[in-house]
Design a protein around this ligand. Structure first.
Ligand SMILES: [Zn+2]
Length: 116
């Protein structure tokens, strides 16, 4: 747990809450789910932030979730895909955003799709 600043009122709040306890502003959340996507023994989906910091390394059927206070950009890449494309995911604050991460056709590319 960490303390973050609410983007609306500027007061400090816990990053584990879903909305600001002072003003009620929804923080927003991002959830990356790797589901049942077979990526092999050495495969990992790597989620990084805009500065290239690694936030999570996920095998299949794993989940990474993070609260966000402002619109945030993430990058998702599979370390075993043939074309190691980085998928850029722009996540708006103020809502819950769920994404399914998997390998595309023949394991060639990483695919990230939004789910409701
Ligand atoms: Zn607030």
């Amino acid at each position: 747990m960490a303390l973050i600043k609410c983007s609306e009122c500027g007061k400090e709040i816990s990053d584990t809450v879903e909305s600001c306890v002072h003003c009620g502003c929804p923080l927003g959340k991002v959830i990356f789910n790797t589901g049942n996507s077979w990526i092999g023994v050495f495969g990992k989906y790597i989620i990084t932030d805009e500065s290239g910091n690694v936030l999570a390394k996920l095998k299949e059927n794993q989940q990474f979730e993070m609260n966000i206070v402002e619109d945030t950009t993430f990058y998702v890449q599979c370390n075993t895909s043939i074309r190691r494309n980085k998928v850029k995911v722009c996540v708006p604050a103020g809502e819950i955003n769920k994404f399914l991460v998997k390998l595309g056709f023949l394991g060639i590319v990483t695919v990230v799709s939004k789910i409701d």
